[in-house]
Design a protein around this ligand. Structure first.
Ligand code: FPP
Length: 250
């Protein structure tokens, strides 16, 4: 059975966020160094981006590099940065042909200049596309993002740009890196770990969480379709009762 055929097209999540985990273990299982796993992780990225576009997902956020990942061995960090530049160079044309727009969240100013240049290039090149919005989280952590937002809100309140009493949930969303994107309805994490790891803490408030033991380099679009199918079997209640939800859907 193909999960793609089982997906209800009117209930596809608008935004899917993914923690791509398990590259290191995948490589170690094959007696290779961790960077080999990251390289194969790009095949998984290609496949899920394609799959997301096929079923009509509008936003896909991929956690590619966390603030904490700077603490990894320098060789691995360098290899990941080089891989990013390489992947952008290789994939720009295909992404463009597939009408994909490209965004980043995170402290991209801390990335090597060459990576920043490539990111600006691809964002600009794909800016008029109207299909899937691909969002890559780079040097990102949710606590960092929320801290930045609080700082800016405090600053704007001091300057009289906003009134402290008028700060509400929407204000906070507007100050996050993700201000232009809807909150994810579905968050997928590979490799069997069941944690959020400082990823989109505010935005995932009502997301369905889906964990799979597959390691990221083995993950393909069919696995994404399965996650979306499983998501569609769940009842999203947003704090209401099951009866209230069923009445509304009747
Ligand atoms: C987590 O696995 C994965 C990463 C830290 C890097 C993810 C990066 C890519 C898939 C490459 C390129 C991305 C794009 C968007 C082109 P891990 O190393 O933590 O694995 P482990 O838990 O088994 O050690």
């Amino acid at each position: 059975m193909s999960y793609k055929n089982e997906i209800e097209s009117n209930k596809v999540p608008e935004h899917v966020a993914i923690i791509m985990d398990g590259n290191g273990r995948w490589a170690q299982q094959r007696g290779n160094d961790r960077s080999f796993g990251h390289e194969h992780g790009v095949d998984a990225v290609r496949s899920v981006v394609e799959g997301a576009a096929e079923v009509g997902v509008k936003y896909m956020t991929l956690y590619a590099f966390s603030t904490e990942n700077w603490n990894r061995p320098q060789g691995e960090v360098n290899a990941l940065m080089a891989l990013l530049v390489h992947a952008i160079n290789e994939e720009t044309e295909t992404l463009d042909k597939n009408n994909v727009r490209f965004h980043t969240i995170g402290d991209t100013s801390s990335l090597p200049q060459e990576v920043q240049n490539r990111l600006n290039f691809i964002k600009n090149r794909l800016k008029d596309n109207t299909g899937l919005n691909l969002v890559i989280a780079l040097s990102y952590s949710s606590k960092w993002e929320i801290t930045q937002a609080v700082k800016q809100i405090a600053h704007d309140a001091k300057e009289g740009v906003i009134a402290p009493d008028e700060v509400n949930e929407q204000t906070i969303s507007n100050y996050l890196n993700t201000a232009d994107f809807p909150d994810p309805e579905l968050m997928v994490r590979t490799s069997g770990e069941q944690r959020i790891s400082n990823f989109l803490l505010w935005q995932l408030a009502y997301a369905e969480l889906y964990f799979t033991p597959k390691l990221w380099p083995d993950f393909r679009k069919e696995d994404l379709f399965e996650a979306i199918y499983q998501y569609q079997q769940r009842e999203r209640r947003f704090g209401k009762t099951s009866e209230q939800i069923q009445e509304k859907n009747a």
